[in-house]
Design a protein around this ligand. Structure first.
Ligand code: CP
Length: 299
């Protein structure tokens, strides 16, 4: 009933959500829900919060937007009590929180479906579904594609979820990160063992064999040392010159926001599909809500 981690879904379930997203995008699903979605964001967001709200409206639902700053949390009410109360006001809850495991905690505390809108550096499963949808839409498939993942692979929750899903779908993954920001080796071992994943690591910004280049920002807010984050941020940027010998049909994706990780001139390059990817947030999140509410009804 919850979507907390990408591990909560198997390949068949993901394919079902992607197919449903396709139908949502084409306006083929006319189902309307007399239900309420609550968005509870304890960290900043543009895409996840607003596209979930837009998705709810498009499904005929209403939404409540919880604001931690003006809530009774400020009087000392606990997170769990807050969630329990809101579960009586809404039918599905989307939670973003800086602390890993908070969405799971909420899911265990209430009976209503909980969707993880990002918990610390841990998981961002709905972003991954958007990423898979965009890859499938632009490349026609996911399996056997060469996918290069570039950026702060240590702290980015999008990458933790995406690596798992790409491995599940049989993509060939190349990891490129600034020194010290490498992906957790435990995750690499997990997907190699589970999915027989093909994972390479390199340091140079060359993407000649890549079909998809996925760039994530340096996650400054998760660094213990802000000066170290600033130093890496200033050095790290994808520029047009890095795209010179890339495949004609390379697709460049990013969960966004981009700060200075992608040079502005790349926006005009037709390989850049990250704004399109952000727009797919609405049909994919419509499909996720529909899938969870439908499953709840069937159960
Ligand atoms: N990709 C993403 O999660 O964006 P927001 O932080 O704006 O929601």
């Amino acid at each position: 009933m919850n979507l907390i981690s990408i591990r909560d879904l198997d390949k068949k379930e993901i394919e079902k959500i992607l197919d449903l997203s396709e139908e949502m995008a084409a306006g083929k699903i006319k189902r309307k829900y007399d239900k309420i979605l609550a968005t509870l964001f304890f960290e900043p967001s543009t895409r996840t919060r607003l596209s979930f709200q837009a998705a709810a409206l498009r499904l005929g639902m209403s939404y409540l937007d919880f604001s931690p700053e003006t809530s009774s949390l400020k009087k000392g009410e606990t997170f769990t009590d807050t969630i329990k109360v809101i579960s009586g006001y809404a039918d599905v809850l989307v939670i973003r929180h800086p602390k890993e495991g908070t969405a799971r905690l909420a899911g265990d505390a209430i009976e209503k479906p909980v969707i993880n809108g990002g918990d610390g550096g841990n998981q961002h499963p709905t972003q991954t579904l958007i990423d898979l949808f965009t890859i499938r839409k632009t490349k026609g498939k996911i399996s056997n594609l060469n996918v290069s993942l570039l950026g702060d692979l240590k702290h980015a929750r999008t990458m933790q979820s995406l690596v798992y899903a790409l491995a599940m779908f049989g993509a060939k993954i190349t990891l490129i990160s600034p020194k010290g920001l490498e992906l957790d080796p435990t995750l690499i071992k997990e997907v190699e063992e589970k999915f027989d994943a093909k994972i390479k690591t390199k340091s140079e910004l060359s993407f000649n064999d890549a079909d998809v280049l996925y760039v994530c920002r340096i996650q400054e807010e998760r660094f213990a040392d802000p000066y170290e984050a600033k130093r890496i941020k200033e050095q790290f940027m994808l520029k047009s010159e890095h795209l010179k010998n890339t495949k004609k049909d390379l697709v460049i994706l990013s969960p966004l926001p981009k700060i200075n990780e992608i040079s502005h001139e790349i926006d005009a390059n037709n390989k850049a599909k990250y704004f399109e990817q952000a727009h797919y947030g609405v049909p994919v999140r419509m499909a996720i809500i529909d899938y969870l509410l439908g499953r709840q009804t069937r159960n």
